[in-house]
Design a protein around this ligand. Sequence first.
Ligand code: PLP
Length: 381
Amino acid sequence: MKLHNLTPSPTLALDAKVKALQSHGQSILNFSLGEPNFSTPTNICEAATRAIYEGLTHYTAVAGLPTLREAIVEKLWRENKVRYSPAEIIVSVGAKMVLYLAFQVLLNPGDEVLVPTPTWSTYIEQIKMAGGIPVFAPLRPPFKLRAVDLQKHITSHTKVILLNSPSNPTGAIIDEEELEKIGELAIKNNLIIISDEIYDKIVYRSMPLSIAALSPEIQSRTIIINGLSKAYAMTGWRVGYAAGPREIIDTMVALQGQTTSNTCSVAQAAAIEALCGTQESIMYMVQEFAERRNYLLDALKDLTFVPPEGAFYLFVSVEKYLNKKVPSSSQWCEALLEQERVAVVPGEAFLYPGYFRMSFAASMKDLKKGVQHITRFIHSL
Ligand code: PLP
C-alpha cells in the first residue's frame, strides 16, 4: 500500500474520540476542534436555499463559479490590498483541499518545504504525500516568525516557504517588516511562498497586508490560501480558495478537474453571499471571540502562554506540570480528558510537545466550566 505511513489528523481523531464518549452518555467539554460554535449566518443559508430552488444544482466551472471568483478578487483587493484576475483564482473543497492541490502541483520528490513550528499537522502530511520533505524551523515563544528563523534552513533543495499568519496553533501574526524580509529571501533564493491566511479576519490587533501585496515580484511567487470555514462559521460547507500565478492555478484546476471536479454548487452560492452580503454577523462573531479571549487571558493567567494576536486558540505550556507519572503533554491531555472530561489537543499534534492547544471557539458557558475543570486538574497533579 502506497500511503501506509499517512498519519490521520490528530484533531479529527480526538474529536471522534470525544463524540464516541458523548454517544455513551458522557458529558465532555470539547475545546479540541478549530470550529466556531456559531451557526452559519442566516443570509448565507438563505442564499443557499434560493440557489437550490433556482436550479443551481449542476456541475459548475471546475475553478469555481465566475461570480464567486470575482467576489474573491474583490475581497483580496478590499481587505488584503492585492490585485488578481478571476483566472488567478481556484475555489475548492475547503482550504485543506486547496493546500493539497498546491503541494501536489508544486513539489517534485525531494523538494524541501520550510515549515515554522509549532504548526498544523495537515501541512506535514500533505507535503509528504506530494513527495516533498518538510524542514522544520522551530520557533520559541512568543512564536513570531522572523526571516532569520527560515534563512538558516535554506538548502539547494528548498522549494517552498510555508507561512500561516495568524497561526494555528499559536495565534501569532507575522509582522510586516518580517514579511518584507521573507519576501526578499524568497526572491534571492528563487522560492515559492504559500501563505495560509485563513484566520485573517479573526484578529485582535491590526492585520498587516498579505505578503503578496508587498511587491509585484513577491506576488508573482506567492500562493495565497484562504477559505470561508472560520470567519463565516461555514466549516461544513467546504469552500476554500487560492490566488496565485496563472500557470500554477491552471495546473491546480486541471488536477481538480480530474479528482473532485468543482466544490458543491450550492456551497459556492452561499460563499458569494458570505463575501458580498452584510458583514454584520462576522463582526459580531469576532467580537465574541475577543471577549472569550479576554476572559481566558484573565482566568488562566497563572498558566504559561503568549496572548494570541489572532485565530481562536490558546497555546499553553504544561512543561512545569510534567513529572514521572505524567511525562508528556499527550499523556497530560489524556489524563485531563479521563479525569475532568475536558478535551484539548496536545502539542505533539503541532510538532511541539510540552504544550496543549485550547480552542475558544466554544461558548462562554463551556469555557467557564472548562477553566474550573482545568484548574482543578492542575491542583490535583
Ligand atoms: N489552514 C489552517 C491553518 C487551519 O487551521 C485549517 C483548519 O483547521 C485549514 C487551513 C482548513 O480549513 P478548511 O479546509 O475548513 O477550509
